[in-house]
Design a binder for this molecule. Sequence first.
Ligand code: SF4
Ligand code: SF4
Length: 476
Amino acid sequence: MNKIAYNPQSLVADEFINHDEILETLAFADAHKSDWQMIEEIMQKARKHKGLTHREASVLLACEDKDVNAEIEKLAKEIKLAYYGNRIVLFAPLYLSNYCVNGCVYCPYHAKNKHIARRKMTQEEIKREVIALQDMGHKRLAIELGEDPVNNPIEYVLESIKTIYSIKHKNGAIRRVNVNIAATTVENYAKLKQAGIGTYILFQETYNRESYEKLHPTGPKHNYAWHTEAMDRAMQGGIDDVGIGVLFGLSTYRYEFAGLLMHAEHLEAVHGVGPHTISVPRLRHADDIDTADFQDCISDDIFAKIVACIRISVPYTGMIVSTRESKQTRERVLQLGISQISGGSKTSVGGYAEPEPEDENSAQFDVIDNRTLDEVLCWLMQIGYVPSFCTACYREGRTGDRFMELCKSKQIHNCCHPNALLTLQEYLTDYASPKTKAVGEALIAREVKGLSPAMAKYVLQHLDDIRQGRGRDFYV
Ligand code: SF4
Ligand code: SF4
């Protein structure tokens, strides 16, 4: 078979996620994983906080030396602090419909699963869910739904986004809706852009074409190129911020890692802006899905190393971990690079307004971290983080390359920190338990001291406005 040439600037999936280039990268990494001179040169480059190529990062991922791994962790923590400080942004997933025509073998929503409860929310039901989410304190949602042109057409998605943004319950508001829907056309991406979405999220699942085709035996998602080229179409449709990710456990992690970084390099090369976020879900048990059937599931240690290596390779990209992970794992990877987490999540269709009946399971995967949002917030603050419900950038037009410019120069700090404190204050005033409120007020008082005098004045004034009920939604 003729070799396909690697070309990060190409718009053809097999050229920018190039199988031969990945195999050569893995062989290169094996050959150099104990090459201390090369490793030191790569670490020197990483210490400049400007990122690494997929080849360089793959050498670090392959390296098994304890001291090098400790250095990688140390640097990941340093970069995390330099770009994201001690803030963690919170969001919740909202599953609108689990009808799906695809055959993904790792997901219980696959079309052949006849015993899972199928549900699609009406606009009335969505309203109730959004009110419940607002009453928890959420401001940022990621909507999720299966691929089904009859049950979940784009018009349904657009109408649902409109409904979500329209609901203002008490002091609540959903200010940013991120969207995780199947790969679609440029025209449909343009419609999502017009509807005011934040980030368009689509996980590659696996970058290995052969595994991909086996794992997606039926349905439109079987088309590897259509799926892999989706982010280019999204950007052609005007969406500035895209979120990528793989489902670790579907194929060998080193292959996925190289593919993920090549995808980021491709987006940067073609569109001048890399991915806004990278998610790192791991395969989980779910209705009719047994993780024992998958040979490539990864350990907690490998998972942590992947997070650290992504952090030092793409310092400016947000990283997301969901409630698929336990409290302990989340605590570990928060230090190493994660900047966004979900909290109080339900992974079934509905479930926020009313718990799902016990005999009716419509969940996509088992939630491991079952704590309430309030418990998650209190925990975050007690271990030294500032929870943030900020959504300012997308509303201020700081998206795409404008955002990346601010982020890469680390100036975004000057917006993120005051906004974290202001949105945290909203949470404390409107939704927090007495314990969380006490912990949060003390934290805000400490953190304000670190702001510049002019910013501290602005923030203190609006903290007071929020506490006294004079207004909400202040941001920089
Ligand atoms: S992963 Fe997505 S596309 Fe695949 S079966 Fe599940 S909901 Fe459908
Ligand atoms: S200021 Fe922008 S980058 Fe910072 S937390 Fe808010 S939305 Fe995110």
